[in-house]
Design a protein around this ligand. Structure first.
Ligand SMILES: *Cc1c(COP(=O)(O)O)cnc(C)c1O
Ligand code: SF4
Length: 491
């Protein structure tokens, strides 16, 4: 639509629609703006719900749980309280939730745990944020507590370590897949255990379903990782993950930081931790830990090297006033924090919650970096979404806020292809749910396949997968249609 000069002058002289807020007018620096007529803008005024990302849950929300009804804010802020009261056994959950939830729900949890690839570990902080009046639909419950009734049969193409990290691992606890980046896994414990963990092949202790490959947090093993990194001049970027950096004592944070910073070609270090999402109080109340991180960040900055914290929020429900204060503390201290979410069905796979999450993170100066398509790991079919839904979400999220705060939607190509923009498939059939990707920087000779969860396919697609004899034909067909017949599918 084009506006004539007259239209524009009409707009300029239109009625005043927005008054300046009281707060602004009270500020003497703005007083003189009072007389300015604000033109009727073409854009509709927002409604209150559009700003929900600026609201942070505060007050003693944990006291709603009978078990924590006498816990003071001072106590709740202590990491020792959070650790001592973390739930690691289903029986403990029974006690804690007695009278709060239907016994049938607890029975469902017991049955779910028996089939789970991950152990249970939940902080009181997260427990208190779950809506126990409706645990089946709660986005935090879904991430940490399995229920058998929701489990779906695995896709026939799923494997446990779908990312093949062990194949790209030159020494224990180090993955070197990309040209200049390495992933250092110094430990195998986390402050919580996420049901959907990509590294369920290694994280936590053994469950009935999975005997874990183990790299114990013995610093001697770290030396082999440092030696490898030092021997490869192309490595500029080291992700310190695990496990979780939150579980490293301050001296170990310093040790890792100093060793890596001392390797001349290492230019960027990211400490990865789920911590800010599940135990945000640690940043405020465990000063030795925060100060160790801040020291490494500052030391890196002096050397012209970038040291940052990468974290993992999935739902706006994980974010409270405690989180906001913790993130503000890090921001003030000059620590860059970025976020990597996992796209989870029923948790953040709807437009409203994803936009809310992205805006809330941005509001706290946490940069939304990635949203990952759920990896093809066993025992979690009810958490995965389709490629189509990731693409559609991205379409709606982009534009909702600043571009630099808009996450990239990626999938980690099964079979070791590494991260790919979800949109970048050579071929995708929403009926069979098969998508075909290439990853030339990792291997020019291969194609990488992702399979949507069968229950989300149209009936026609579900019928195709019902017949095992057709699987290979469907896969060959998808590769042929992608135009990559000459390439080998990664397995
Ligand atoms: C994700 C990942 C990295 C870091 O990748 P970015 O895209 O730079 O965040 C490095 N190594 C491995 C093996 C990874 O999976
Ligand atoms: S915090 Fe990260 S590494 Fe640990 S269980 Fe959760 S997803 Fe896995």
């Amino acid at each position: 639509m084009h506006y004539s000069q007259k239209d524009i002058s009409d707009i300029e002289h239109a009625e005043v629609v927005a008054d300046l807020p009281e707060k602004i007018l009270k500020d003497p620096r703005f007083k003189h703006l009072e007389s300015i007529t604000i033109p009727n803008h073409l854009k509709e005024m927002i409604s209150k719900g559009d700003l929900e990302h600026r609201e942070f849950r505060s007050g003693p929300f944990w006291q709603k749980i009978p078990y924590f009804k006498d816990t003071s804010p001072e106590e709740f802020m202590e990491v020792s309280f959070q650790n001592q009261n973390s739930v690691t056994k289903v029986a403990h959950l029974d006690d804690l939730l007695d009278n709060l939830v239907d016994p049938a729900f607890l029975a469902d949890v017991h049955a779910g745990m028996a089939k789970a690839p991950m152990n249970l570990r939940i902080s009181p902080y997260i427990l208190s944020l779950i809506n126990w009046e409706d645990p089946y639909n709660d986005p935090l419950r879904k991430q940490f507590i399995p229920v058998a009734s929701n489990l779906r049969r695995d896709h026939p193409k799923l494997t446990l370590d779908s990312l093949h990290e062990q194949e790209d691992s030159p020494v224990d606890g180090l993955v070197h897949r990309y040209f200049d980046k390495a992933l250092f896994l110094p430990l195998d414990v986390c402050p919580v255990y996420c049901r959907f963990c990509t590294r369920s092949y290694a994280i936590g202790s053994d469950t009935d379903l999975v005997t874990k490959y183990s790299f114990k947090p013995v610093p001697k093993k770290w030396d082999r990782a440092f030696a490898y990194i030092a021997s490869r001049p192309e490595i500029e970027d080291v992700v310190v993950s695990g496990g979780d950096s939150y579980m490293l004592i301050p001296d170990r944070i310093r040790q890792i930081g100093e060793m890596l910073l001392a390797i001349p070609h290492v230019r960027r270090i990211r400490f990865a931790s789920k911590g800010p999402a599940v135990l945000p109080m640690k940043i405020l109340s465990d000063q030795p830990w925060s100060q160790a991180l801040i020291e490494v960040v500052n030391k890196g900055r002096e050397m012209g090297k970038d040291v940052v914290l990468h974290t993992h929020f999935n739902s706006p429900n994980e974010i409270t006033e405690i989180t906001r204060k913790a993130m503000q503390f890090l921001f003030k201290e000059g620590v860059t924090v970025r976020n990597q979410s996992v796209l989870l069905r029923g948790v953040n796979d709807n437009i409203q919650d994803m936009i809310h999450l992205v805006r809330k993170l941005s509001y706290m100066n946490v940069q939304p970096y990635y949203v990952y398509q759920h990896d093809m790991v066993r025992g979690l079919e009810e958490m995965r979404t389709t490629i189509q839904s990731a693409v559609e979400l991205e379409r709606n999220v982009r534009g909702a806020t600043a571009g630099f705060n808009t996450p990239l939607f990626v999938m980690d190509a099964p079979g070791g292809g590494g991260k790919r923009d979800v949109h970048s498939y050579d071929y995708y059939d929403p009926v069979s749910g098969i998508s075909v990707y290439r990853s030339p920087s990792v291997d020019e000779e291969k194609v990488y396949l992702y399979f949507d969860p069968i229950q989300l396919l149209p009936e026609e697609g579900q019928a195709l997968w019902a017949d095992p004899k057709r699987h290979q034909e469907m896969i060959d067909d998808a590769i042929a249609r992608s135009g990559n017949q000459k390439l080998e599918p990664a397995t």
